[in-house]
Design a binder for this molecule. Structure first.
Ligand code: IMP
Length: 502
């Protein structure tokens, strides 16, 4: 029986369809949501357990986001609105991350005073601070200062050498987290310093963190067992130096970050990267047509990033009149990329789980999100209150504000005397931690796959291309009907704070 349209029929009118214009017709369920696997590939070589990437934006992805998203099975792309040193340091910190180990602890020297401890405590809330000979990680550990050492000391100018604990219980570098936790329990101490062969502090394990530590079976890891991380580059020739530093820092995948990816600059950068580092995975973009995909794949792209204009902070389609409805862009690009064996990342315009489902059903292998992760505790920036609501800033990389900080590189606009913004800056509500949000998204995706009747992405793409996956377009009233309506009042909890059954 034929009911609904297959994707070819859906897109043959060449309407610039968006996710909201489409609905997927249900399939047959003969398995549980727990049987669904979300494994995917974001490039020819890189596999992830969850099809989720965070945008290389300066209000979205730095070390914290990249570490936590990788732990949860996705991957973060560190932005380049910073110096080469800052960006490569962030990459290095993700690569060095070890779950449960604080690898760059704050340290002081014996010549610091209790006052310095107070300052660190008020800023970071730590209770135990390791003391090294010169207050850096490059000299020997000589003591530790805990609350017990300083709380009753009246004179806050007292030097730490006079109050620090010097009888230390330490563990050697290489100790497992399980053994470290055991030692903490037995010693009844709050902190366990991990020491390398020179007596230098390599890491710290904290008792308060033990409670928070859990296993991350889905973590995205490279062959060296370190977390995977991506980083953004512009197409400018001087970013070759940035590339070298990122490779040195251990980056797993580069995204060439350009609003319109079909340019001589991108093709040259792509060729350069693949010639210089043939094993490095490179995602090229952004594109919305098959011609654009073909050019970038020919130049060596291992993944294609699709989207021009769907971003929540984006005014590209309004100002430039160039772009494409995101559902149409993802479908048409995926059709070409699939033939070439290159995964597509659908970038921008994702506001809820349903949009992720639709992106994957159009042929994408993963989504990239800025808005969804913005306002979470893992994003850069401080929270503030407005009218009693806890907020964080979120801005487009082509907003005037971000361009002033260096973000114009993405839009060929950096050196222009008159700059036309293609993005806005604003605020979003606190979404809590992505440690709650990402499992919630993944669970939602599993239920959606179950409704469609597929156990994994491979099957979803197979039925998309065989014509067995059926769709309909949604009229304005269908969209109204599909949302909450006719309630006197109701509450829709923010995404990150929705209840989740463990
Ligand atoms: P969102 O998830 O809908 O907020 O979209 C995020 C995506 O928007 C990013 O991954 C970029 O591709 C894109 N983007 C970032 N900054 C800008 C901008 O200033 N203008 C247009 N698009 C942007």
């Amino acid at each position: 029986m034929t009911d609904g349209m297959n994707a070819r029929e859906l897109f043959q009118s060449h309407s610039s369809l968006t996710y909201d214009d489409i609905i997927i017709l249900p399939g047959y369920i003969d398995f549980g949501a727990q049987d669904v696997q979300l494994q995917t590939k974001i490039t020819r070589e890189i596999e992830l357990a969850a099809p989720l990437c965070s945008s290389p934006m300066d209000t979205v992805t730095e070390t914290e986001m990249a570490v936590n998203l990788a732990l949860l099975g996705g991957i973060g792309f560190i932005h380049y609105n910073n110096t080469i040193e800052q960006q490569s340091r962030m990459v290095r910190r993700v690569k060095r991350f070890e779950n449960g180990f604080i690898t760059e602890p704050v340290v002081l020297s014996p010549a610091h005073s209790i006052h310095d401890v107070d300052e660190i405590r008020s800023k970071n809330g730590f209770s135990g601070i390791p003391i090294t000979e010169d207050g850096t990680l490059n000299t020997k550990l000589v003591g530790i200062v805990t609350n017990r050492d300083v709380d009753f000391e009246q004179d806050r100018s007292t030097l730490l050498r006079d109050v620090m604990t010097t009888s230390l219980i330490t563990a050697p570098k290489g100790v497992t987290l399980r053994d470290a936790n055991q030692m903490l329990r037995e010693s009844k101490r709050g902190k366990l310093p991990i020491i390398d062969e020179n007596g230098h502090l390599a890491a710290l394990v904290s008792r308060t963190d033990i409670m928070k530590n859990r296993e991350f079976p889905d973590a995205s890891k490279s062959v060296d067992k370190q977390l995977m991380v991506g980083a953004a580059l512009s197409t400018r020739p001087e970013d070759r130096e940035r590339l070298e530093a990122l490779v040195e820092a251990g980056v797993d995948v580069i995204v060439i970050d350009s609003a319109q990816g079909h340019s001589v600059y991108q093709v040259e950068m792509l060729r350069y990267i693949k010639e210089t580092y043939p094993d490095l995975q490179v995602i090229a973009g952004n594109v919305v047509t098959q011609n654009q995909c073909a050019a970038l794949i020919q130049a060596g792209a291992d993944g294609i990033r699709v989207g021009m204009g769907p971003g929540s902070i984006c005014t590209t389609q309004e100002t430039m009149a160039v772009g494409r409805g995101q559902a149409a862009a993802v479908y048409h690009c995926s059709q070409h990329c699939r033939e070439q064996g290159v995964p597509v990342i659908a970038d921008g315009g994702v506001r809820d789980i349903g949009h992720i489902v639709k992106a994957l059903s159009m042929g994408a292998s993963a989504v990239m999100m800025g808005l969804m992760f913005s306002g979470s505790s893992e994003t850069p920036g401080e929270y503030f209150y407005q009218n009693g609501v806890r907020l964080k800033r979120y801005r487009g990389m082509a907003s005037i504000e971000a361009m002033d900080a260096g973000g114009g590189k993405r839009y060929f606009a950096e050196d222009e005397p008159v700059r036309v913004a293609q993005g806005v800056s604003g605020m979003v509500m606190d979404k809590g931690s992505i440690r709650n949000l990402v499992p919630y998204l993944c669970q939602g995706l599993k239920h959606a796959f179950q409704d469609i009747g597929v156990k994994n992405l491979e099957t979803l793409h197979t039925i998309l291309n065989s014509g067995d996956l059926c769709f309909e377009t949604r009229t304005q009233s269908a969209q109204q009907e599909g949302g909450v309506h006719d309630m006197y009042s109701y509450e829709k909890p923010a995404l990150g704070t929705r209840e989740r059954v463990e």
